[in-house]
Design a protein around this ligand. Sequence first.
Ligand SMILES: [Zn+2]
Ligand SMILES: [Zn+2]
Ligand SMILES: [Zn+2]
Length: 343
Amino acid sequence: MKKTGLNELRKDPLLGRWIAVLSKSLPPSEYAQAIPQETVKESSCILCPGRESETPMEIMRSGYSSTADPGRKWSTRVVANFDPVFTVEGDLGRSGEGMYDKMNSIGAHEIIIESPYHDIPPEDMGLDQMTRVVQTYRDRMADLEKDTRLRYTLIYKNYGRTAGALSAHPASYLVSTPVIPKRVKEELANAKQYFAYKERCIFCDIMREEMRTEKRIIIESRYFIAFCPYASKFAFETWLVPKRHNCAFQDVRADELEDLALILSSVLKKLRALFPYLSYNYFIHSAPNRVTRKDHWHTLGEDFHWHIEIMPRFLRTTGFEWGSGFYILPTSPEIAAKYLREV
Ligand SMILES: [Zn+2]
Ligand SMILES: [Zn+2]
Ligand SMILES: [Zn+2]
C-alpha cells in the first residue's frame, strides 16, 4: 500500500460540498461490517408466494415466464407499504399555520417485491429476474408521473441491517411525494446552474472526464458506466450513469434496461466479493415529474441526467460527518475503483 502523504480535500462539482480523502487509503479488510443478524424466517414472511391476500393492497404484479417452476405465479409484485408515510387518497390541502406552511401527506409508499424467492441476494437473481426488477421500477415511475399532485418519485433499496432492511425477502421501496426532496433539489439546482454557465450537462461532462482518465471506472457496459465518484461521500460509493443523455429514468429503452440489470448485478457482486456482509443502499435519481408548472424550468431535459447511486454502509460515520456534512474518505475513489475492477 502507498505510503502516507497529505490528505486531500475535494469539492463535489455537483453539490459544491467538500469531502476529505485520507492519503493512506484503507484496504477492504480494515472496514467493520455488521455481522448479519437473525432476520425474518421464510415461514413467517408474508412477502413470500402463497400469502398474497395478507399483504397490503396489490398495485401490480409481473408474470412468470419460466416453465422451470410452473408453481410460481409472479416474478415481481408491488404492494402498498405496511405503514405508509404517504397515502394516495385526498387532496394536497395546502394551507398556512401562522408563519408556517403545511399540506397533507399525499403521495405513494410502495414495496417492490423483487423475487418470489425468500432468501436470494439481488446479485444472485440472474439477469432475467434483475431485468424484471428494473422494468418494475420503470413501470411504477411512469405510472406515478401521471398523478399531477405528485412532484417526485424516489426508488431505493436497503440491503442488510445497517442499511435499514427489515426482512430478508428481497425488496425495494418507492416513495412519491408532493414536494421535491431536498437532496434531489440540490442536485437539480446545481446541474441547472452548471448548464446555464457552460451549456452542457454536468453528468455528461463528469462521464466524459471519467472515461478520459479511466482512473475511477469500475466497469463499462454498452450503455452504462460504473465508477467511484471523484468526491465520494462514502468509501466504495459507486454511481451508474447511462451513456445516453436522458433526464428521466422512466424513458429508458428496453435494451438499456437489460444492460442496466447486467451492470447493477455486476457491481453488487463485486461489492459482495470485497465485503461479504456488506449493507448498502442504492437509489435512483431521476427528474421530477415533468408536468407543466409555473416554477418549472425549461432546460430540465437538457441539464439533468438520471443515475443510480450505490452507498455501502460501513460502521464508520462519526459525529463529525453527521454534524458538519463534511465527509472523510478513508480509501480514495481511485483505489476503491481499482479494488472493484480487479475483484
Ligand atoms: Zn419471504
Ligand atoms: Zn447528460
Ligand atoms: Zn444523485
